[in-house]
Design a binder for this molecule. Structure first.
Ligand SMILES: NC(=O)c1ccc[n+]([C@@H]2O[C@H](COP(=O)([O-])OP(=O)(O)OC[C@H]3O[C@@H](n4cnc5c(N)ncnc54)[C@H](O)[C@@H]3O)[C@@H](O)[C@H]2O)c1
Length: 257
């Protein structure tokens, strides 16, 4: 796919996107093989930049960076479709489109860090969120060669929300598993047997039910804590905020952060 380039192409999601779609061109702080003026001539610009959650639970600085890049590329006369693979809060693509006049599509990534090379070629889930028909058709066609078990085409806000639904559900399950584990300690029930039922029964879940994992309690890694915090703050949900706080306390107690 020569008519595309990847912003943040040397990161994990950038590399996964380049590999999945055979995109040769990337622009990154570390190194680049295309400049933004050349990139503006490509139809598709994938954005795979970091979106850390700040102290207030927002993403303001990261979104400023993304918006400035879109403006700069458009300034070179580009008529690109900007495809946001970074994890961004619901409404971000619409806000970026409004601020820049660009076509902005949501296309979140669901890979696991430990198996990204396999996951990017064999995704369980592909989500394309677009608010206009031409960009939705164009991005859907772009991804046609990569088959997923579950394919969702929707609007941008729903696509952005799906990403947070997946990540926050994982954290909720981990926190629940820990509460259940503690209850089993109280009752002297066998947690592994209880967990096995939740694994096997359709009402349960096959994942995220280990109370202690990777050397301690709590859902860690580069994405789950930061995304949980951003989504809990953004939604102002008491349930999500409490879950985030409990998970954070587990991570601190386990020295995972
Ligand atoms: N890592 C994962 O498992 C994963 C999974 C799904 C989604 N995501 C999301 O994807 C996004 C990227 O995550 P990642 O893990 O690939 O991050 P990363 O840190 O591995 O890569 C980010 C890349 O962007 C580059 N970069 C940073 N600032 C830049 C700038 N101003 N201009 C140009 N390049 C810049 C960095 O040099 C780096 O190569 C984040 O929003 C993350 O939440 C990550």
């Amino acid at each position: 796919m020569n008519d595309a380039f990847v912003l943040g192409g040397l990161g994990m999601v950038g590399k996964a996107t380049m590999k999945a779609l055979d995109i040769p061109f990337y622009f990154d702080l570390k190194d680049s093989n295309i400049d933004l003026e050349e990139g503006a001539q490509k139809l598709f610009c994938f954005i795979c930049l970091p979106t850390p959650t700040d102290e207030k639970g927002g993403q303001a600085k990261a979104l400023d960076t993304i918006r400035d890049y879109i403006k700069q590329i458009k300034g070179y006369g580009g008529r690109n479709i900007f495809i946001i693979r970074s994890t961004v809060l619901p409404g971000t693509c619409r806000a970026l489109a409004e601020a820049t006049g660009a076509m902005v599509v949501s296309n979140p990534e669901f890979l696991s860090e430990s198996s990204w090379e396999h996951d990017c070629l064999n995704p369980r889930l592909k989500v394309i969120g677009a608010d206009d028909v031409p960009s939705r058709v164009a991005v859907t066609n772009l991804w046609k060669s990569v088959k997923a078990k579950l394919d969702i085409e929707t609007d941008t806000v729903t696509a952005e929300t799906i990403k947070y639904a997946m990540n926050s559900f994982a954290v909720v399950k981990v926190v629940f598993a820990n509460a259940l584990y503690d209850a089993c300690q109280l009752s002297q029930a066998d947690y592994d047997t209880v967990r096995e039922v939740l694994h096997q029964h359709p009402w349960g879940s096959k994942h995220h039910l280990k109370a202690v994992d990777k050397g301690g309690r709590g859902a860690g890694g580069r994405c789950l804590p930061k995304d949980m915090k951003a989504f809990a703050t953004w939604s102002n949900s008491e349930f999500l905020k409490a879950t985030e706080r409990i998970n954070f306390d587990y991570l601190v107690a386990s020295k995972k952060i």
